[in-house]
Design a protein around this ligand. Sequence first.
Ligand code: A3D
Length: 320
Amino acid sequence: MARKKIALIGSGMIGGTLAHLAAKKEMGDIVLFDIAEGMPQGKALDLSQCGPIEGFDANITGTNDYADIAGADVIIVTAGVPRKPGMSRDDLLGINLKVMKSVGEGIKAHAPDAFVICITNPLDAMVWALREFSGLPHNKVVGMAGVLDSARFATFLAWEFGVSVKDVNAFVLGGHGDTMVPVLSYSTISGIPVTDLVKMGKSTDAKLDEIVQRTRSGGGEIVGLLKTGSAYYAPATSAIAMAEAYLGDQKRILPCAAHLTGEYGVDGLYVGVPAVIGADGIEQVVEIELNDEEKGNLQVSVDAVKELLEACKGIDGSLA
Ligand code: A3D
């Protein structure tokens, strides 16, 4: 059987980390694409030379030519400009929308059968625009945010309760922004709802509220510390989990920005929801029951995504 092919559009901090992870896991051959000349080629060479030490078989190449992504099974898009301190995700809109246009057209021309995972911010708008520009089926284009936001939420919960992260199951709904909705009612530690653990005196509602708030601003906290650029290790790991679910037909339920057609009362938008990822891409959106407060919070988040899409349509008339 031929090796799988993974194309990484954008070879910056996340792109390079993705290539290293995909190679270490021998997920397939890897193509690093970027508009910066020499950079993806240099990273590919450097990463190839990890092979003899780490003992992986993967052909890693770098390119500035979309023709080289032909036949890719999975494409992970990080092309664009990352957030700088003080810059909101939404400030990135205009710049990254143009990038999505060129990436979408490149994918459409050279790898229309790929499963495409978008990471570029502002995520919910960029994944929607990328789908529009590429013309791929909606189930084959998805946004990565929920796996990362949920991992941040789970990390903070594990620290609070003093338990292994392996036992924490937590997830986040809604858009990837300050309005995201960490869902406490479905968050458990070894199956025990965290809300029950509060009743047992293991934490307090106030502490959990702080954790929800810290999760919402989790990306900004890292941007503030790094001072240049944004998080890249955990974002890359999150997208790799989604790619593995697709390549291995794992039917994992992962929170991701999926295209909704009526689920959660939302139509025609990409919003973070739990979805089944398997060989057909996004195979199903899982609709969980929400309490009134969560429903209200999700609506605020959906409205924020809608506003972003309207702004995109204002910038690029072809999207209207
Ligand atoms: P960075 O290291 O700057 O890499 C981006 C790369 O994109 C650079 O190498 C650029 O040269 C390249 N690029 C720019 N324009 C184009 C183009 N038209 N075609 C191809 N490549 C191009 O950034 P990064 O890797 O740290 O972050 C990448 C993106 O991910 C940014 O938009 C971040 O905001 C976003 N991000 C999202 C999350 C989510 O959870 C959704 C988390 C962290 C970062």
